[in-house]
Design a protein around this ligand. Structure first.
Ligand code: XUL
Ligand code: CO
Length: 439
């Protein structure tokens, strides 16, 4: 079997003192943290599209990286070489999951019937490669945003015929996800949105998206898909205004259309920040609604207003992410590195460095989040902050749901002047976190 990453060894944990660029400094898969191994806490996934397909093209320039893997790009021989290279990559890094769009794994043909044949062939091959390994599919999805036919949306299109194409792609991608044993199925609404209301019927479009999702749930369940469907919220890009703006919006949409039992959120860090939220905020909103499913682990650049999909290196953010994940009792999905190398980081070695960076960043986040929880200061502070609702009669009455507005008003009138005097202590708590991170 041809080796693609010839100079790359199997990546091992060597500890933080190691200077070996091809070793983990913090990701020690067997280390136990709060009762589970790091590997159990952190089901990492490789994103097929960025890692095996994207060659560095941006709005201003063409490819800088070569992902031909020795074959002609756009052929089935190339599609197979990507499978071989991808499996070698995952094995060398100890990554147990992958995520894919239909068109990441085969070149799309003019005729969808031909594309589907290619998809059958390549997934037979992927299944073959999976045998004898513990590599699994985390989630599948259909790319309903690249083909020009989707320029007016997929589920939100104006055209009944284009809507049928979207349905056909979702049907096939679901079948492939089931075939590969995928745990989840993602809807990222890339072109589900609008530029101007002068040409858009928002109500019509949202209802049609819900219809497509409902059909997907019915079909998925009928062919044995028992996993979670996910919405991956994103506020903009490529559209000016995307319907799945953020977790709160997507959750409201799912409840309105009765889809909330089958769907959870796939939260992407860079999408959160584009929505003007922190990553942690989106995770918390999902978790308190019982919908924290999976994570697209990347980060944006606060100085840039677009989806840079960088590999995560910000340990403060990965710590707060892992704090949310631990508090929520873990993910049903995993941590998919929906991230790409910077355009000038264009070698095969750079792909490996990027994954080492990402995995170490989340390992550090896990270690530090567990320390925050074990330290207990934050939890205690928050418990104490709201304690007037648990240790006073009037507070208990409010929580019981049996209080009336008149009763509370009478209570306030009898109380005299009362200003809130309980300090929020934000700076103290930030210092506590810094001390755990760096102390
Ligand atoms: C785009 C994005 C997608 C989804 C899957 O911003 O994140 O790659 O993760 O379609
Ligand atoms: Co994503």
């Amino acid at each position: 079997m041809k080796e693609y990453f010839e100079n790359i060894p199997v990546i091992k944990y060597e500890g933080s003192k190691s200077k070996n660029p091809f070793a983990f400094k913090f990701y020690d898969k067997n280390r136990v943290i709060l009762g589970k191994t790091m590997e159990e806490h952190l089901p990492f996934a490789m994103a097929w599209w960025h890692n095996l397909c994207a060659q560095g093209t941006d709005m201003f320039g063409r490819d800088t990286a070569n992902k031909s893997f020795g074959e002609t790009v756009g052929t089935m021989a190339h599609a197979k070489a990507k499978v071989d290279a991808g499996f070698e990559f995952m094995k060398k890094l100890g990554i147990k999951y992958f995520c894919f769009h239909d068109v990441d794994i085969v070149p799309e043909a003019e005729d969808i019937k031909e594309t589907n044949k290619r998809l059958d062939e390549i997934t037979d091959y992927i299944l073959e490669k999976m045998q004898g390994t513990d590599i699994k599919c985390l989630w599948g999805t259909a790319n309903m945003f690249s083909n020009p036919r989707y320029m007016n949306g997929a589920g939100s299109t104006n055209s009944a015929e284009v809507y049928c194409f979207a349905a056909a792609q979702v049907k096939k991608a679901l079948e492939l996800t089931v075939k590969l044993g995928g745990k989840g199925y993602v809807f990222w609404g890339g072109r589900e949105g609008y530029e101007t209301l002068l040409n858009t019927d928002v109500k019509f479009e949202e209802e049609n998206i819900a219809r497509l999702m409902k059909m997907a749930v019915d079909y998925g369940r009928s062919i044995g898909f028992t996993g979670d469907f996910y919405i991956e919220p994103k506020p903009k890009e490529p559209m000016k205004h995307q319907y799945d703006f953020d977790a709160a919006t997507a959750i409201g949409f799912l409840r309105k259309y009765g889809l909330d039992k089958d769907f959870k959120m796939n939260i992407e860090a860079n999408h959160a920040t584009l929505a003007g939220h922190t990553f942690q905020h989106e995770l918390r909103v999902s978790a308190i609604n019982g919908m924290l499913g999976s994570i697209d682990a990347n980060q944006g650049d606060y100085l840039l207003g677009w989806d840079t999909d960088e590999f995560p290196f910000n340990v403060y953010e990965s710590t707060l992410c892992m704090y949310e994940v631990l508090k929520a009792g873990g993910l049903t999905g995993g941590f998919n590195f929906d991230a790409k190398n910077r355009r000038p980081s264009n070698t095969l070695e750079d792909m490996v460095h990027a994954y080492i960076l990402g995995m170490d960043t989340f390992a550090l986040g896990l270690i530090k989040a567990a320390e925050i929880i074990e330290d207990g200061t934050i939890d205690e502070f928050i418990k104490e902050k709201y304690s007037s609702f648990s240790n006073t009669d009037i507070g208990k009455k409010i929580l019981s749901g049996n209080a009336t507005l008149a009763e509370l008003a009478a209570y306030a009138e009898n109380m005299g002047v009362k200003n809130s005097t309980d300090s929020g202590r934000a700076e103290y708590l930030e210092a506590v976190v810094n001390n755990i991170l760096f102390g």
